[in-house]
Design a protein around this ligand. Structure first.
Ligand code: RB5
Length: 154
């Protein structure tokens, strides 16, 4: 069974369990990287844990939840091999898989309902990467940027 890493900050803690259960219902096994309370915390810590699990291959995909989804995506995209996408509709979720081969889905818990996010998660997991030459070429350019600009640990 494919592992999915999930993480959040305090702004999204209250919806994490319901979304993790939903991902399990879709047939995945879920590894929860926190946070575990509504106490204010720093989203990069949880973005790093989830992104590293995906980068290392321990998890095939990741889901990161914060107030806007933005901070999580900025942080996760610093980790090599991670393509984190903030999505806010079924279409953006689908396109982030089809065109960008996103492997981490970032969601805006303060600007959506749990039911919205469930629909977007469903659409995200249901969509394969298109594999089209132009999309592969663009992703390859992102990888080149990563190799050229990012130094240090994986
Ligand atoms: C926390 O207040 C908030 O900044 C965080 O959840 C997120 O939206 C950051 O991008």
């Amino acid at each position: 069974m494919l592992n999915v890493a999930i993480g959040c900050d305090h702004a999204a803690f209250e919806c994490k369990a319901a979304l993790a259960d939903f991902v399990k219902e879709l047939g995945y096994s879920v590894i929860d990287f926190g946070c575990n309370t509504t106490e204010p915390c720093d989203y990069p810590d949880f973005a790093a844990a989830v992104a590293r699990a995906v980068s290392a291959g321990r998890c095939g995909y990741g889901i990161l939840l914060c107030g806007t989804g933005i901070g999580m995506s900025i942080a996760a995209n610093k980790v090599s091999g991670v393509r984190a996408a903030v999505c806010w509709s079924e279409d953006t979720a689908r396109l982030s898989r089809e065109h960008n081969d996103a492997n981490v889905l970032c969601l805006p818990a303060r600007y959506s309902t749990v039911e919205d996010m469930k629909r977007w998660i469903k659409s995200w997991f249901a969509t394969p990467f298109s594999g089209k030459e132009r999309h592969l070429r663009r992703i390859e350019k992102i990888h080149s940027l990563e190799k050229t600009c990012c130094k240090g640990e994986k």
